[in-house]
Design a protein around this ligand. Sequence first.
Ligand code: ATP
Ligand code: MG
Length: 339
Amino acid sequence: AEILLQVKNLKSVYKTRFNERIIAVDDVSFDLESGKCLGIAGESGSGKSTLAMSIMGYYHPPLFYESGAVYIGGIDIAKLPYNQLRERILGKEMAYIPQAAMNALNPTQKIINLVADVMKEHVKGISFNDVKKIAEERFETLNLPKDVLQRYPIELSGGMKQRTVIAISTILNPKILVADEPTSALDVTSQKIVIKLLKDLIKKGFIKAMIFITHELPLLYNIADEIMVMYAGEIVESGKAEEIIFDPIHPYSYGLMNSIIVPEKGVKGKKLAVIPGAPPNLKSKLNGCRFFERCQFAKDECKGEKISLKNHGERNYRCAFEIDELKEMYEDGKKSATT
Ligand code: ATP
Ligand code: MG
């Protein structure tokens, strides 16, 4: 299939007032093919949103581009000035739904006016009537009630607001949609509806490919074709969704799928897998494996030099151990847990 997006060795850094450099996206590379959904998973602070912003070229202080490339149709957009990016790429080639976007809708405007804002930015001289016609047709095709267009954001439920945000963001049929945690504030039923809507967008040809970001790796089973697991700014494992979910190899992905389930604080009934410990401070110089402190299998050899991504079939993983060694350790762990 056609490669729509190619990210090569991308590196982005937050520069703080105290002259600290936080490398939040560190040497990330991947391809996105037409027709596919790429899922990106990782705990809070692993760099998912920073990666999304970097792909979109949203570099605003304190976030800065450091190195690498983001190719779309042969153009490296990481080096494109913002006005050109806005004119040529954003909204048309690529659309972005930032984390918590549904809570950032302008509360003083009816939904139809928000659609008009997006359309007028890119379709010069379009009339309000044409906006209305296009919006109504699109809402109908996506099984969203048309009368939502005449409402204010505050009048919509969380799930409906999120579906509306998705419909508006994709009204210009961007090739690629980057959605940052589009389901994390929603109950399970609304999550399912939103995921169905996102799949429909690809199925009906309104978008060609998608990047779906979440901190819940298991959730990706319902939507992703490929998965990338991030930890401390790096990709620690990537591959086919089924393989990563049912047969995770990196101890961090293994932990995300098999860790102790505890109730999430303050959220009734919602469970979240938790791996004991916390990610490393990205301000400090990081040698060797970044998961070292939290990995139950870590050895001295994990601490030395930077560990590069290893390739095994369709899977990449960043670990000092070989796949066979890891599998054996997981098997031993299961045995000792049952005896
Ligand atoms: P979450 O699941 O909470 O959304 P995330 O995976 O999206 O987390 P990012 O928001 O990309 O993570 O943050 C990655 C790293 O960059 C974190 O260590 C964070 O502390 C740091 N960071 C984020 N925003 C800033 C900022 N404005 N200034 C300095 N550091 C920042
Ligand atoms: Mg985030």
